[in-house]
Design a protein around this ligand. Structure first.
Ligand SMILES: NC(=O)c1ccc[n+]([C@@H]2O[C@H](COP(=O)([O-])OP(=O)(O)OC[C@H]3O[C@@H](n4cnc5c(N)ncnc54)[C@H](OP(=O)(O)O)[C@@H]3O)[C@@H](O)[C@H]2O)c1
Length: 284
């Protein structure tokens, strides 16, 4: 029997750029150089929470890898200026105001993406709220608002996207290491939702894999510099960086590369998993 690895490792006779996504139920059917398996040309990527922080960085990364990006969040003005920036670099980008906590708003987001671009290949479920409130002081509304965005919002957006996605599509749910381990601040709502997102990921991967050819994975970042981490007090930040093997926060390009792997054909045999990118924070 021929070793399948030998067939693909030296392939140079076709290029993935602009080709249909690889259906995970069959795997790659043509020889494609390995770096081309990461290309996103012709793919339409919806990114929630693209108005700031990691989501804006993900949009820049996906666009630079060739994708058409649909930027979604509540602050439309921020989305517009990011879209303008991407277009000025030759990218294709559109914007849509969306409150992910509202299922109708998620439906409208996907309708807008379909009307404008005709397909959705990737959803990056990145919108998130990172509150820190001691449990005995946290009000029901405070707790619910985090669940509404981080968990329910991810579910509404995934359902709407999966309904229009073709085989080979990929959903990436942005979870957190706080779904796996205790943090440094009182974050019951946040930690609970991020653990739940990993459970959601496993279940949707199982529901939509064989039936629809859609892969669902989660990305679990450690602490990355962003507007969310800007609010962390100095001493706590020192504790956080000290808990990593490398003694620092993660940087956006380090997370972009992991997202690109999960979003692209490079991960066509990967589903239901959680990719931890935390500088070794959860080792101990
Ligand atoms: N930074 C980190 O170290 C870190 C670590 C682990 C996980 N994460 C996760 O990474 C994701 C991005 O976090 P970040 O650090 O980049 O935070 P951020 O800068 O505060 O960005 C959060 C984004 O979510 C959007 N958002 C919030 N509520 C929304 C809603 N109801 N509907 C639609 N969009 C909403 C915000 O946009 P609008 O306000 O314009 O709606 C914003 O674009 C989150 O899921 C977070 O939990 C971050």
């Amino acid at each position: 029997m021929t070793d399948p690895a030998s067939t693909w490792s030296a392939g140079t006779d076709s290029v993935a750029t602009g080709s249909a996504p690889v259906d995970p139920r069959t795997g790659p059917q043509t020889a494609v150089p390995v770096l081309d398996r990461f290309r996103m040309d012709g793919r339409v990527v919806v990114i929630t929470g693209a108005s700031s922080g990691l989501g804006a960085g993900f949009a820049r990364a996906m666009s630079s890898a060739g994708a058409t990006v649909v930027l979604a969040a509540r602050r439309k003005d921020r989305l517009e200026s990011l879209a303008e920036e991407l277009r000025s670099r030759g990218g294709t980008a559109s914007t849509v105001a969306c409150d992910v906590a509202d299922p109708d708003s998620c439906a409208a987001m996907v309708r807008a993406a379909m009307d404008e671009h005709g397909r959705v290949d990737v959803l990056v479920n990145n919108a998130g709220l990172g509150t820190a409130v001691p449990a005995l002081k946290e009000t029901p509304d405070q707790f619910r608002s985090v669940v509404d965005v981080n968990l329910n919002g991810a579910y509404w957006a995934a359902k709407e996207c999966a309904a229009v996605m073709e085989p080979g599509s990929s959903i990436v749910n942005v979870a957190s290491v706080l779904g796996l381990t205790a943090g440094f601040a009182p974050q019951a709502a946040y930690s609970a939702t991020k653990a739940a997102v990993m459970g959601l990921t496993r279940d949707l991967a199982s529901q939509w894999g064989a039936r629809r050819g859609i892969r669902v994975n989660s990305l679990a970042p450690g602490y990355f510099a962003s507007e969310m981490t800007d609010e962390i007090p100095e001493q706590m930040l020192a504790d956080i960086t000290g808990s990593t093997i490398f003694g620092r926060l993660g940087l956006q390009p380090e997370l972009d590369a992991a997202l690109l792997f999960l979003a692209s054909d490079a991960s066509s045999f990967v589903t239901g998993t959680s990719l931890v990118v935390d500088g070794g924070m959860t080792l101990h």
